[in-house]
Design a protein around this ligand. Structure first.
Ligand SMILES: NC(=O)c1ccc[n+]([C@@H]2O[C@H](COP(=O)([O-])OP(=O)(O)OC[C@H]3O[C@@H](n4cnc5c(N)ncnc54)[C@H](O)[C@@H]3O)[C@@H](O)[C@H]2O)c1
Length: 259
């Protein structure tokens, strides 16, 4: 059973589709009020509209501090504050190791690592100003625990998310701000469509979904993940049930990586 989250005011980035949309819907179903934030404003608006009165939406580019501040401002204005920040937005690129360019590296790191850092900083500032504590949940990955070819710079960005999670947890525990991460494995979203296409473009697979299925076969629970598989743990990390947990990166991968 998921705890009642009606006291929780949340922002979820990358919530226009995929894992973020599922987390936003799940939080709202548990009673939370949620800002659906995404670079794709139309998608954010649609997800928020489908949730209904507990949701607002914001166009956000997680690389841009002012835009992140504005998304948090929507929660403060509409709901009176911020209790949970889900830094979930991310992108992936498939590049065989020797072909990762400096531009590729910056592109992925800027969204996945710098964007998470900015989201954490702005959420922490808001929570410190409120004096209420709070919960920050970053979306890392199995790629934050293991290196996978041909995803070297993506993996680097996700290791960075784990590092930022641990660092902020140590820094702000005294302020009752908890910082944790989730580590999905192979989730059936548009991101994996991009990755699967990238494998084919680089002649690392031939059939549609071949790479997806090959990776998903590594889950001992015997299937690929769906976005809804992330909802229970996301709600748990926003709830008082996880009140004595911080600095953790929880494997939510169906048993792909054991740490
Ligand atoms: N799909 C997987 O198998 C998988 C596995 C592990 C981790 N993850 C991580 O989960 C998170 C969500 O992935 P997903 O599979 O739902 O992907 P997705 O591509 O379906 O959704 C990502 C969302 O992030 C948004 N976004 C991209 N750049 C942004 C930016 N600069 N600012 C704001 N929003 C931006 C996109 O518009 C999109 O709505 C990502 O951090 C991803 O790295 C995914």
């Amino acid at each position: 059973m998921i705890e009642d989250l009606s006291k929780v005011r949340a922002v979820v980035t990358g919530a226009g589709q995929g894992i973020g949309a599922a987390i936003a819907r799940g939080l709202a179903e548990a009673g939370a009020r949620v800002v659906v934030a995404d670079l794709n404003e139309d998608n954010a608006r649609d997800v928020a509209a489908a949730i209904g009165e507990r949701a607002r939406y914001a166009k956000v580019d997680v690389r841009n501090r002012e835009s992140v501040k504005a998304a948090i401002g929507v929660a403060v204005h509409a709901f009176g504050g911020l209790d949970a920040m889900f830094n979930n937005a991310g992108i992936a690129q498939v590049r065989p190791f020797l072909s990762i360019t400096e531009d590729d590296f910056h592109t992925v790191i800027d969204v996945n690592a710098m964007g998470v850092m900015i989201g954490m900083q702005e959420a922490i500032k808001q929570m410190l100003a409120q004096g209420t504590g709070g919960s920050i949940v970053n979306t890392a990955s199995i790629a934050g625990k293991q290196g996978y070819e041909p995803l070297g710079h993506y993996c680097a960005s996700k290791f960075a998310v784990v590092a930022l999670t641990q660092t902020a947890a140590r820094a702000f525990g005294k302020d009752k701000i908890r910082v944790n991460a989730i580590c999905p494995g192979v989730v059936d979203t548009n991101m994996w469509k991009t990755i699967d296409q990238g494998f084919r473009d680089n002649k690392l697979s031939t059939g549609v979904d071949e790479a997806f299925e090959r990776f998903a076969a590594g889950a001992v629970l015997g299937r690929a993940s769906r976005p809804d598989d992330m909802v229970g743990v996301a709600c748990f990390l926003a709830s008082s049930g996880s009140a004595f947990m911080t600095g953790q990166s929880l494997m939510t991968d169906g048993g792909m990586v054991f740490v």
